[in-house]
Design a protein around this ligand. Structure first.
Ligand SMILES: Cc1cc2nc3c(=O)[nH]c(=O)nc-3n(C[C@H](O)[C@H](O)[C@H](O)COP(=O)(O)OP(=O)(O)OC[C@H]3O[C@@H](n4cnc5c(N)ncnc54)[C@H](O)[C@@H]3O)c2cc1C
Ligand code: SF4
Ligand code: SF4
Ligand code: SF4
Length: 375
């Protein structure tokens, strides 16, 4: 029977772990903890009952199932690189308090508040911050939701908070807000029937090209004379933007590439394809969000927000811009995965390049980035 050692050898130590938090959540003996930016069993192996629950909880080991899950949860309708959906719109909040603190159009925070107020959910797993270090939190009030508004960069095991939400706070209708990897993981846990996951009734996903390790970003900021304690906002557009003390510093994206975790280099989900509702800023103007509504539940909630005048919407001509970004991410993730596999089989950069029919420089570049992450 596979056990924690197999999970560590196959996923955690190889850098494939997306730090979703599911194995931490699932261990019935609380042996797996979030330590030094990744899950780790701290107890001696003799204390571990070897039950394989942590191993079974990891969606990364079961990527081939994701398509089936998508079929059963979202449906098998028209499908582009963005995933199946019912409708898409541009939107921004009408709530002045949210507009003052949110990242883009405030749609995620407005949706959470509406879902709480209307009794659709009794709480949400969100990402707050300690300084700028992202930390998973449980939101039960408007204040909780507002304090989690805004994007933080860094890995965060969102799902480990589910146990406290259910057991300590007695929640039975929880919304999970997260990156596409968090959403894939919670869908997998529900599909698999992990009892705690049955309390999740809504999944709100954020678009995601890539994430950045917090420590690396803080180091870059310091090199520009910025103190992370004074930073007001982080954002990624064409550049990595740091707003601090009345200053805006724009870093070329190539400058922060060394901060991208290895697991993001092979990721193929940009538009949170398994979410009830996916939200992002790409292709919308500043202060607005692009919203992709995928499920009946998502549709019902967004329609309720519209009817109550909580959001202003604008129709979108098409999703071509999003499809292009999502398609590029899929192709790049697929190719990088092949490069890593061939490298593990012992091929060097030039052999990999000729096998895949691509430039050797591209292969070396991606292998270097993976090696940077491991050191
Ligand atoms: C790592 C990351 C990369 C992203 N990349 C892109 C991108 O390439 N293109 C794009 O269009 N959009 C991207 N987004 C989404 C974008 O930054 C906004 O989150 C989105 O537009 C929603 O804006 P909002 O004003 O509705 O959110 P708000 O109302 O401000 O709410 C933001 C919500 O995000 C959650 N959150 C914050 N940080 C994290 C985190 N690290 N992990 C999980 N949840 C978090 C909080 O729980 C909060 O509820 C990314 C987000 C993250 C976290
Ligand atoms: S007790 Fe079970 S779930 Fe916990 S670490 Fe050991 S094998 Fe994994
Ligand atoms: S379950 Fe999530 S946190 Fe645990 S090893 Fe797998 S990807 Fe990492
Ligand atoms: S790029 Fe993929 S793995 Fe990385 S944070 Fe985004 S969704 Fe998760």
């Amino acid at each position: 029977m596979p056990s924690y050692e197999d999970l560590e050898a196959r996923i955690i130590d190889t850098g494939e772990c997306t730090v979703c938090g599911a194995c931490i959540l699932a261990c019935p003996s609380f042996h797996v903890k979030f330590t030094d930016g990744r899950p780790k069993r701290l107890k001696r192996s003799v204390d571990c009952v070897g039950c394989s629950i942590c191993y079974d909880a990891c969606y990364v080991l079961r990527h081939s199932l994701i398509k089936d899950i998508e079929g059963s949860v979202i449906g098998r309708g028209k499908r582009e690189s963005t995933g199946s959906f019912r409708r898409a719109t541009l939107a921004r909040t009408q709530d002045v308090g949210i507009a003052g603190t949110c990242q883009d159009g405030g749609i995620v925070s407005t949706l959470l508040l509406y879902a709480l107020d209307s009794g659709v959910i009794d709480g949400a797993l969100v990402v707050g911050r300690d300084g700028w270090v992202p930390v998973e939190r449980i939101a039960k009030t408007r204040e909780d939701i507002l304090s989690a508004a805004g994007t933080k960069y860094g890995v965060v095991p969102v799902l480990r908070a589910l146990r406290a939400a259910v057991v300590d706070h007695g929640m039975s209708n929880v919304c999970v807000v997260g990156s596409p990897c968090h959403i894939q993981s919670i869908r997998y846990l529900k599909y698999k029937g992990l009892p705690l996951a049955s309390s999740v009734s809504l999944a709100v996903g954020l678009f995601c090209r890539e994430n950045y390790e917090y420590a690396g970003i803080a180091e870059k900021a310091r090199a520009y004379g910025l103190d992370m304690e004074m930073v007001k906002r982080l954002d990624v557009r064409d550049t990595f933007e740091i707003y601090s003390d009345g200053r805006k510093v724009s870093l070329d994206i190539t400058e922060v590439k060394s901060c991208v975790p290895r697991h993001c280099l092979v990721c193929q989900d940009f538009a949170a394809e398994l979410a009830d509702i996916a939200v992002g800023s790409d292709i919308s103007n500043r202060g607005w969000c692009t919203v992709i509504i995928r499920t009946e539940e998502g549709d019902g909630i967004f329609a309720g927000m519209e009817q109550r005048g909580l959001v202003e919407t604008r129709s979108m001509e098409d999703l071509c811009g999003i499809e292009e970004i999502a398609h590029r991410k899929k192709e790049k993730g697929k190719q990088t995965g092949q490069i890593f596999r061939l490298s593990e089989e012992g091929l060097d950069a030039s052999e990999i390049a000729s096998k895949l029919g691509i430039a050797e420089e591209r292969v070396s570049h991606r292998l270097e980035r993976a090696t940077d992450r491991e050191t």
